[in-house]
Design a protein around this ligand. Structure first.
Ligand code: 6PG
Length: 484
């Protein structure tokens, strides 16, 4: 073992342990530390035995074991525990040493911590790490941001342990300053919420409208996973549908239908509202989880509120193919919206985001990994300034070709009373985006009517505002024209 470790890691839950083992397997020596020290002993005597991993029983011991500049990665619960460890570490670190937060931290916290540690002569990295337990061990997607000066010192470790795509390039690159890495990870998670909800809607339509069994749906997902929907989430859905409980019945049908959430999808929706980005699909996916959580209320409502009886007389095979097209088209909308959010945030926070590079970071290792991300990379290679994925030739024609089936699915869901919030809202966004004249003219008239909020006219230059005395009673005084 080297006399000094390449990196220290704090937090021996499963993600932390697996990252350490991954680092060690790539030739790095790691010091492990945990607040409850018996976890360190268990790890060193257990999974880490015989490896280039040393245990530390205190923060002092951890810091003393590290090569300079020291690198300490925190894999602890997001929030106060990160601040607490930072405070414990600061007195023992020297100028140029690096603290890394690898949790699902809200990006404004990473902005704050970067500024704080830089003010103390230290460097900070806030990084997204995606891929769950298995990814951490075998190759996660890693999205680092924070102090740019820290990147050269951690690059080899991070890119060494990250997933690799077919050509060997790592699913990890520098994202940008301050909270940029955690912002991109947050959008990743929002997209994850959207992808999962889309799959769930397809499942419910297959189950309720077509009366399919989990085994039949398993076959469909297995086939979908060999085509354009090929992705980790399609793959695990295929396996979940085939999984039997001890009594031989499908386990999925025994699971309570209330979704949990840890907040990253909500943060994505909140910042989209703040920045005025129509992030409709991800937001609907978050709300779908919220509605699912109202189980008791839904059960009561189901007893008293009537909807249509399910009545499908069409071609089953056709609807399954349509569902595939609906999922793919909706997924394109979701990523288009996620990228719009990143573009807007980059403007707001002065980040230079590499959009094709982000697609490559998500191409392998993470929860939303899929072959489709290769097409996104290509779209940005063709046009780095691409305003909306829907304007890229491949994505535009793909959605145009899928739209007939997509519309049939939306119609089938609506007419049979099956909720499909992400599939239908994605279609509504698509129709809104390609509509030159929306009814906001009437909306402006309403605003002006009741509040003298003024409007612009088609026959006058932009920026000239008019007020009409609609009732003959209001006079000609208008209110100010500020917009949020
Ligand atoms: C990942 C995941 C992970 C996330 C879980 C749970 O990229 O590995 O995004 O970071 O914590 O998926 O998220 P929810 O509890 O909000 O569903």
């Amino acid at each position: 073992m080297k006399t000094l470790s390449d990196i220290g890691l704090v937090g021996l839950a499963v993600m932390g342990e697996n990252l350490i083992l991954n680092m060690e397997s790539k030739g790095f020596t790691v010091t492990a530390y945990n607040r409850s020290v018996e976890k360190v002993t268990n790890f060193i005597e257990g999974r880490a035995a015989g490896k280039n991993i040393r245990g530390a029983k205190s923060i002092e011991e951890l810091v003393a074991s590290l090569a300079k500049p020291r690198k300490v990665m925190l894999m602890v619960k997001a929030g106060q525990p990160v601040d607490d460890f930072i405070e414990q570490l600061i007195p023992h670190l020297e100028e140029g040493d690096i603290i890394i937060d690898g949790g699902n931290t809200h990006y404004p916290d990473t902005d704050r911590r970067t500024a704080y540690l830089e003010s103390k002569g230290l460097l900070f990295i806030g990084t997204g790490v995606s891929g769950g337990e298995e990814g951490a061990l075998t190759g996660p997607s890693i999205m680092p941001g924070g102090s740019p000066a820290a990147w050269p010192f951690v690059k080899d470790i991070f890119q060494g342990i990250s997933a690799k795509v077919e050509d060997g390039s790592p699913c990890c690159d520098w994202v940008g300053e301050n909270g940029a890495g955690h912002f991109v990870k947050m959008v990743h998670n929002g997209i994850e919420y959207g992808d999962m909800q889309l799959i769930c809607e397809a499942y419910q339509i297959m189950k309720e409208v077509l009366g399919m069994s989990p085994d039949e749906m398993h076959e469909v997902f297995a086939e979908w996973n060999t085509g354009v929907l090929d992705s980790y989430l399609t793959e695990i859905t295929r396996d979940i549908l085939a999984f039997k409980d001890e009594d031989g019945e499908p386990l999925v049908e025994k699971i309570l239908d209330t979704a949990g959430q840890k907040g990253t999808g909500k943060w994505t929706g909140v910042i989209a509202l703040d920045l005025g980005v129509p992030l409709t699909l991800i937001s609907e996916a978050v709300f779908a989880r919220c509605l699912s959580a109202k189980k008791e209320e839904r059960v009561e409502a189901s007893k008293v509120i009537n909807g249509p009886a399910v009545n499908f007389t069409g071609d089953k095979k056709q609807l399954i193919d349509d569902l595939r097209d609906a999922l793919f088209a909706s997924k394109i909308i979701s990523y288009a919206q996620g990228y719009l959010l990143m573009r807007e945030a980059a403007k707001e926070y002065n980040w230079k985001l590499n959009y094709g590079g982000i697609a490559m970071m998500w191409r392998g290792g993470c929860i939303i990994r899929s072959s489709f991300l290769g097409n996104i990379k290509e779209a940005f290679d063709n046009n780095p300034e691409l305003q909306n994925l829907l304007l890229d030739d491949y994505f535009r024609t793909t959605v145009e070709n899928a739209q007939a089936g997509w519309r049939r699915v939306a119609a089938a869901a609506i007419s049979n009373g099956i909720p499909a919030p992400t599939i239908t809202s994605a279609l509504t966004y698509f129709d809104g985006y390609r509509t030159a004249r929306l009814p906001a003219n009437l909306l402006q008239a309403q605003r002006d009517y009741f509040g003298a909020h003024t409007y612009e006219r088609l026959d006058k230059p932009r920026g000239e505002f008019f007020h009409t005395n609609w009732t003959g009673r209001g006079g000609s005084t208008s209110s100010t024209t500020y917009d949020v």
